[in-house]
Design a binder for this molecule. Structure first.
Ligand SMILES: [Mg+2]
Length: 250
């Protein structure tokens, strides 16, 4: 198998694995990479279970959790709540996100990966379910830029493929020339695969190796435990020769 990965690729799409083993002449061209922010470009600091519990209440949290093995879509749940209850929920979420941004740290390997993508003239975008303020803080604090960077204000948000398709349209690229990278199977991988892009799951701890994640509808093409491992995946599996693009960001 040509894929270099430190752990078994349980999610690997068999069709793609087969084609990459037998038809090396069709190495796919990759022209853009779109990243999730929280937990992908930044070290996870938001305590999501605590946030869900605070928004939903203990009983509702446990009820929804038991019916959603791949994770809770909190924004979707509160979308239909009455306005006053919804407002309170958004305040709680904003509070958790604020605490998260105060403690924000860059993900190890993120800067190096950005430099590598720059050296190959590969575009970098960002899609997050967090708010625009958090993206602005991220951009300011770490000196890397991602453009377009779509936040929660862009509707519909992940796992809908719309934000990724929007970025592909702006870049004038086909979705299969782009990879979506993120630490969420239900949001990032689903968004990427629904758009027709490549999807890479960042799973630092191996939590997605658990049996309950094996039967999900959208599976990533690649799974890595670090961003430096992603660089190896890109170098070994994609044609990265891209024409110089004056709009590539630093
Ligand atoms: Mg994330």
């Amino acid at each position: 198998m040509p894929l270099l990965c430190s752990r078994p690729l349980l999610f690997l799409n068999p069709a793609r694995a087969f084609s990459s083993m037998t038809t090396s002449s069709v190495t796919p061209k990759l022209r853009g990479v779109v990243f999730d922010m929280d937990g992908t470009l930044t070290v996870p600091v938001i305590d999501f279970p605590a946030m869900y519990r605070a928004v939903l209440g203990d009983q509702e949290y446990l009820r929804i959790k038991s019916g959603s093995p791949s994770g809770i879509d909190i924004l979707h749940h509160i979308e239909t709540w009455r306005p006053d209850k919804q407002k309170r929920a958004y305040e709680i979420i904003a509070d958790f996100e604020k605490q998260g941004s105060d403690k924000l740290q860059i993900m190890p390997g993120a800067s190096e990966l950005c430099e590598f993508l720059n050296s190959k003239n590969i575009r970098r975008g960002l899609i997050t379910r967090n708010v625009k303020d958090a993206v602005d803080i991220f951009h300011k604090r770490f000196g890397m830029s991602f453009s377009p960077a779509l936040s929660r204000e862009y509707r519909p948000y992940k796992p809908d493929p719309a934000p990724l398709l929007h970025i592909c349209a702006i870049w004038n690229m086909e979705p299969d020339e782009v990879m979506m990278v993120g630490d969420s199977l239900k949001d990032d991988v689903a968004c990427g695969k629904r758009a027709g892009a490549f999807a890479c799951l960042l799973d630092e701890t191996g939590r997605y190796d658990a049996p309950e994640f094996q039967d999900v509808e959208f599976k990533p093409d690649y799974k890595v435990s670090s961003l430096s491992e992603l660089r190896t995946i890109l170098e070994n599996n994609f044609n990265l020769t891209s024409e110089p693009n004056s709009m590539v960001h630093n």
